[in-house]
Design a binder for this molecule. Sequence first.
Ligand SMILES: Nc1ncnc2c1ncn2[C@@H]1O[C@H](COP(=O)(O)OP(=O)(O)OP(=O)(O)O)[C@@H](O)[C@H]1O
Ligand SMILES: [Mg+2]
Length: 255
Amino acid sequence: MSAPASSTQGAQDAAVLRVHELVAGYVKGMPIVKGASLQVGAGELVAIIGPNGAGKSTLMKAIAGLVTAESGQIALRSASLLGLSPDQIMRAGLGFVPQTGNVFATLTIHENLRVGGYLLGAELTQRLERAYTMFPALAAKRRDKARTLSGGQRQMLAIARALMTDPSVLMLDEPSAGLAPMMVQEVFESLHRLSRQGVSVLMVEQNAKGALQHSDRAYILVEGGNHLEGPAQALLHDPAVGAAFLGQGRRREAA
Ligand SMILES: Nc1ncnc2c1ncn2[C@@H]1O[C@H](COP(=O)(O)OP(=O)(O)OP(=O)(O)O)[C@@H](O)[C@H]1O
Ligand SMILES: [Mg+2]
């Protein structure tokens, strides 16, 4: 059996992505993310869960350079990402799959993947082949428009597209949202597989239970700050987490 404390420590020592006391929002002086900190180790699958409006998406957007950080630190390996453009952050090794608008519906699957790999030179062909090997359902439909894909296949395409640049960290905002239960499972399993292949994965999820079941560690974000964190299995079985965040144990009080 693994020892949660030491494995968590190990992951932190080898952090690939490190966010420290980040303050960020849409209007200067009115932060949404209020001092959040997190780390993702090499090959770790880490989930961020928390109530609606907690600032989970804003935190991801700040890491991806789409929202300006007011203070704190964001680093990929030892390189600071603060002040870099989204494009520079992607080139530094961070792949981001936003919740919506993550594929071009009117382009074919193949064209979507080529757009994802627009920075690539000679490696493009090999990366395209790798994407099709990883997601065979996409290979069969490579000449179809992305709009013809099911929700689950679309999410796979968005993931495949983000992987074209070979990111060291893949960040996803609610990858299971709106998917049929079987596809939810498949998406989580793909992300787990990816993490085992060495990609560090950070996902925000509304499906807290499913996310915890498939993750190594998790953070619970409340009102823009860290509320709880730990090994996913420990959080999954923590009665306090179950009652407040997994809809278990007691009836949710009226808001
Ligand atoms: N573009 C924006 N401009 C201004 N305020 C915004 C913007 N996007 C989100 N907010 C505000 O920031 C707060 C946090 O939103 P955010 O989307 O980060 O939460 P979340 O934790 O991802 O919620 P959910 O679980 O509903 O996705 C909310 O009060 C929201 O109204
Ligand atoms: Mg959100």
